[in-house]
Design a protein around this ligand. Sequence first.
Ligand code: NAD
Length: 327
Amino acid sequence: MIGVALVGLGDIALRAHLPALLRNPEVTVAALVDPDPARRALAAAHARAPVAKDVREVLADPSVRGVVLATPPWVTAGLIAQVAGSGRFVLAEKPVATSLEAGEKLLALPEEQLRRVQAGLTYRHDPALELLGEWLRSGLLGSPLLVRAHIYDERRDPADPAHARRVEETLRHGLPLVHEGAHVFDWFRLLFGAPERVDDAWTLATRDGLPAPNLCGVRLLCPHGTVVLAEFGWLTDAPPRCEISVLGDRGHVRLDGYSFTVELSTAAGIERFEFEPDRTTRCFDRQLARFVELITGVRHEADPGLEAGVATLALAERITTLLEGRR
Ligand SMILES: NC(=O)c1ccc[n+]([C@@H]2O[C@H](COP(=O)([O-])OP(=O)(O)OC[C@H]3O[C@@H](n4cnc5c(N)ncnc54)[C@H](O)[C@@H]3O)[C@@H](O)[C@H]2O)c1
């Protein structure tokens, strides 16, 4: 059994990482770490494992071979360096940092440490994206493409002010396109190739008093003339739909942003593709299976490595630079 510590016991840790760790037959949860005693108590109710306040306590334990970091992104970059430096394998939540500078510092880690770090770009492991990638490579939709991504999440729930405070704190560390873009820009790079140009960008705050605009968008030019229009939004009482649509001369694909159910429309008709089990379960299980393969040596390179996490930060930085130049 491979001892894995879970560091950061917030929402995504308890909702997705801990259940995945408990489901994996090769893994034992070696420690649960969070400075907040309430989060430690909540996690300990789900899994029988030693609890700790600080990752340093865990790094003294030789049974810990891997560490999952589900911490706020402004904390994660420092922890990646600390944990990788201790000889452990690291699966680090996205975004791996909140600035390109911090991300590039991580890429300068010694090669032997860098190769032990997997970026938590969870949803790139989804079979729906693999299927879409196959269609695009085979030219099923034609080329170039018009891609429209509407990424709306983190609805403001008047009954849950603590959630709104947490999301506002995250907004203090970057626009939604920095945080959601960690996933979405990664999918664009995999599916359409690295963007060649940032043609336009905009932001909008739906109310006063927010630490940064809660809506933002960008127009990108990708290889082969593909145009991507992407918008991201948080913290409205009623968000619009969350989906990605890909239109070409011969077909149209609609990917539901939450379930990753895919609808393909061509001259031959409309087909729907659904995958089991739910998206969170299948993606966190697949991601963890790859991490276990990295730890056991079945896999020689992290899938994906840190460079993929930093590539999303590089694009986010190009966009924020364009926005700042306009101010
Ligand atoms: N992969 C995904 O699908 C997905 C989904 C949601 C969030 N995320 C990412 O996961 C990360 C965590 O998000 P969340 O919504 O769970 O946040 P959260 O605020 O609910 O949880 C973060 C936890 O980390 C703890 N923490 C802070 N500093 C720490 C430290 N030094 N050591 C240990 N624990 C520390 C906090 O006390 C808190 O309990 C973010 O980077 C977010 O972008 C990923």
